[in-house]
Write a protein that binds this ligand. Structure first.
Ligand SMILES: [Zn+2]
Length: 855
């Protein structure tokens, strides 16, 4: 072993010699302009010998832009951790001089494909997953090559292409991994897969600051990183976009086409039938030359519109995915020879140059693809029964406007619906709801946003099998069979005007239907206001009109406060300004209908003091979704406690513990018992998915998970070896939308006007309905599937199972969610279920059935 490593060390040493390095990465590719520093000269180390920090990548591109008139750059934004998002532009200086003119002409020719006399726009994107670092290092080599090469081919590329480069799509995640790899690097390097360099600690570098996967965010736009990037995408609408990833260390190299079954059926198929096969030939030829092994038509999916390699497909372009076996560090043992960082970079770099070469060669095909894309989309639209969508909830401006903002991000045409109308049994208020006609250029994206079910061919999905955003936002909507005349076209999200209430000497009431009600509760409580809530509706007079407040509306009495009436009014004004929640001053406690303000059905809310368990074994994305929700949308701090620190925690500081999906085996018997005692003493445990299963299996509650009937004799089945992947893969639930019946009289259901609600399910957690009839707050319906794929045997189990249970345990309570209500920061609809659990259930007494003994 030692001998082998020494040889590898020698190989690495010689490989990093300057000339040897050039030969390794750039065989037969001169001459180069010596005025342009190589990445090695700029950084002080050879590419592949060290992980390059994101700020160094930014500096290098800025340096190239100073030294060469082939290069310019744009800072398109900044991450949460204040790293600049840079995009570099490489093209001949003659093109640079009229870049804006070219861009406008290029955009003008989108629909007609009439851009043959213009340079071709190609975008290279790298490192969306922070711990897949070879891409960004390849970006440095590509940047140098495009700047320094005096080769006629390179000059031809620059004359005839505008090459856009996003070198680090996820700067915060990349640097998290960069520091990890560099700080643990040995000299000589250590290839043992279990060395600390190769085993990042939780949450790893894959995700962004809030532990989200940015390679799912192109469709959702939850994050500024993505929003900035999508704005840049639409500014340029490239023909080609690459996305460079890494996969398991023992794999090889992947390039498109993907599996036939993963082609999105609503995207015109010229892309799949012509473009991918043509590029595959070019990639194969280049990769064969290196001697690297690779595969195509396996494993990766192009169904979902939100990947870096698929988003462009929904705008008449071609997205390319590259997946390179990872050295995850500088060198790592594999089942054959050790894989070096330099080797992984070379494949990505070769793929980058090959993309450019193939794109210019296939320019005619790319233009044909774009033309046929818009033509086919138009034909699809003409033949489709749905001609438009009307949607919106005037009582929840925050949620409606978040949805509008997402539509506009995708450049979907949206109009104000200016007439009162009824469709699909729902009424849509004129002037306060919106209309999206299907007859528009971005029809393919409209379908993706609004349809529940895009017909799929196969069952083994890499990811979600449905992604209907209108369901995720939970907004009232209707699909219309004919076009309607509509009002003004939106150019931006309408600016909300805060309605400041008059000062009251008696009480204020807050309508709870707006998404920002929780932000309001948090800020009121933080300011020392006693906040009460109505468990039953009440009606008051406002401006001589009756106004009804639903369950969960807030009541703020003026006299029963530690604050003076003036100070209280100051807080009320601030909350009105910051949240846009509708606040009504009340002069009397006597209601015209429903309960009065002093009713026994009015309860004081206890401020949540939240601890979320995070760390090894816990789902980083689910935890990140909650951190992001409270931090960014409510401006509420949350303690994220590492699982290893729980034994030292004084649990009395908290009244709520959150456990998302995860393996909680690091919690030993003593800690588990401590949490149990803490619940019994009057506190609240909120557990999601496998976190809920952990609570169920560890005796936190009397509720149950379904058990297979072992008395039934199992039929023995025999299948072919090769069928296993398909048969077993089909049983996993990649992500589908199901319908639940929600008890809207329960605090978890407060603020929902409809009992039937969509939930997103991407796990196998199942719970039996409670024996206590009042404890099953949400239950899957008899025919629960709304959209997406589910195996028939799984569907059978989901029917009528419990989706949310609130169970009383001692003086406390356990709230169990079978699904994740905060999925990818986009499920604005079910966010409310989670936030209701957090804010409305602190002192909740779950009713129970009276038995004869107790009577
Ligand atoms: Zn990746």
């Amino acid at each position: 072993m030692r001998l082998r490593l020494t040889i590898i060390g020698l190989l690495l040493g010689s490989m990093f010699h300057v000339q040897a390095q050039a030969d390794y990465f750039y065989p037969q590719a001169g001459p180069f302009n010596s005025e342009i520093p190589t990445p090695e000269e700029f950084l002080g180390y050879p590419i592949g010998s060290h992980h390059t920090r994101q700020d160094q990548i930014v500096s290098y591109l800025q340096k190239l832009a100073i030294l060469s008139n082939r290069v310019s750059y744009e800072i398109i934004g900044e991450t949460f951790e204040h790293r600049s998002q840079i995009v570099a532009i490489f093209t001949a200086s003659s093109n640079h001089q009229q870049l804006e003119t070219i861009r406008k002409k290029h955009l003008d020719g989108q629909i007609t494909g009439n851009t043959s006399n213009l340079p071709l726009v190609v975008h290279l994107g790298y490192n969306v997953h922070g711990n897949e670092p070879s891409g960004s290092e390849a970006a440095l080599l590509t940047a140098w090559y495009l700047t320094a090469s005096e080769n006629p081919e390179t000059k031809n590329w620059l004359e005839n292409m505008i090459i856009l480069m996003d070198p680090v799509i996820n700067p915060d995640g990349r640097d998290r991994h960069t520091h990890w790899a560099n700080m643990h690097k040995g000299t000589p390097p250590v290839a043992d897969p279990l060395d600390r360099e190769h085993t990042e600690i939780w949450p790893g570098g894959r995700f962004n600051h809030y532990w989200f996967d940015l390679n799912r965010d192109w469709f959702l736009g939850t994050f500024p990183e993505t929003r900035n990037r999508i704005a840049f995408f639409h500014k340029w609408r490239p023909y080609v976009q690459t996305d460079h990833h890494e996969m398991g260390t023992n794999s090889t190299f992947y390039f498109d086409p993907g599996e036939d079954a993963s082609n999105n059926p609503i995207v015109p198929d010229y892309l799949y039938k012509k473009i991918y096969p043509a590029y595959a030939e070019a990639f194969a030829k280049a990769t064969d030359k290196l001697g690297s092994l690779y595969f195509t038509r396996e494993a990766y999916d192009k169904l979902y519109p939100g990947y870096g390699s698929s988003y462009i497909n929904f705008y008449g372009g071609a997205g390319f995915l590259f997946e390179q076996a990872s050295s995850r560090g500088h060198i790592q043992e594999t089942k054959t020879i050790p894989i070096t960082f330099a080797f992984t970079i070379r494949n990505q770099f070769t793929a980058s140059l090959t993309t450019l070469r193939a794109s210019l060669n296939q320019k005619e095909m790319l233009l044909t693809m774009r033309r046929s894309f818009y033509k086919t989309a138009k034909e699809q639209q003409a033949a489709a029964p749905v001609k438009g969508y009307v949607f919106g909830d005037p009582n929840d401006k925050t949620r409606t406007e978040a949805f509008l903002s997402m539509l506009l991000m995708h450049e979907i045409d949206v109009y104000i619906n200016d007439k009162q109308m009824t469709a699909s049994g729902q009424s849509f208020e004129g002037g306060k709801t919106y209309y999206v006609p299907t007859a528009q250029d971005n029809y393919i994206m409209v379908r993706s946003v609004f349809e529940n079910d895009i017909t799929y061919i196969d069952s083994s999905f890499y990811d979600a099998s449905t992604w209907s955003l209108i369901q995720a936002y939970g907004l009232p909507f209707a699909a219309l069979k004919s076009e309607i005349s509509s009002g003004k076209k939106l150019t931006s999200v309408p600016q909300m005007q805060a309605k400041i209430p008059e000062k009251s000497a008696y009480a204020y009431a807050l309508d709870n239907r707006d998404y920002h009600i929780f932000k309001a509760i948090y800020h009121l409580q933080k300011s020392g206001v006693i906040v009460q809530t109505a468990f039953r509706p009440f009606t008051v007079m406002e401006d001589k009109k009756e106004k009804t407040f639903g369950r969960g509306s807030l009541i703020i009495p003026v006299q029963q406060q530690f604050l003076t009436a003036d100070s209280l009014y100051q807080v009320i004004r601030q909350v009105a300004q910051q949240t846009m929640v509708d606040i009504t001053p009340l002069q009397t406690g006597l209601s015209t209908a429903g309960i009065d303000l002093g009713s026994r059905f009015v309860q004081t809310l206890t401020p949540p003091k939240v601890l979320m368990i995070i760390g090894t074994g816990v789902s980083a994305t689910e935890a990140g979704e909650i951190w992001h929700l409270l931090d960014q949308r409510l401006q509420m701090p949350i303690t994220k406690m590492d699982i290893l620190n729980l034994s030292q925690a004084d649990l009395k500081r908290y009244n709520t513990i959150i456990m998302v999906s995860g393996n909680y085996s690091l919690l030993d018997k003593t800690i588990t018992q401590n949490i149990k005692n803490w619940v019994q003493a009057g506190n609240t445990l909120i557990a999601l998915k496998s976190g809920a299963e952990w609570a169920l299996k560890n005796g936190f509650t009397k509720e149950k998970i379904p058990v297979e009937d072992s008395s039934k004799k199992k039929e023995l089945r025999r299948s072919d070896f090769d069928e296993a992947a398909n048969i077993e893969g089909a049983k996993s639930l990649g992500g589908s939308i199901f319908q639940v019946d929600l008890d809207t009289t329960h605090p978890i259901g407060f603020g929902f006007s409809n009992r039937l609600q969509p939930v997103y399910k991407n796990g196998t957690t199942l719970m039996l309905p409670s024996e206590n009839p009042y404890a099953t707050v949400a239950q899957y319906t008899k025919n629960p599937l709304i959209g997406g794929y589910v195996h028939p045997t799984t569907l059978k189990k989901i029917k009528n199972a419990a989706s949310i249970i609130v169970s009383k345990e001692g003086n406390g309570r356990v709230i169990l969610f079978a699904d994740n209500p905060n999925f990818r920061g986009t499920w604005y609809g079910t966010n409310r279920l989670f936030l209701n659990a957090l804010f409305y259930c602190q002192n909740l007494d779950v009713p129970s059935v009276r038995t004869e003994e107790t009577e």
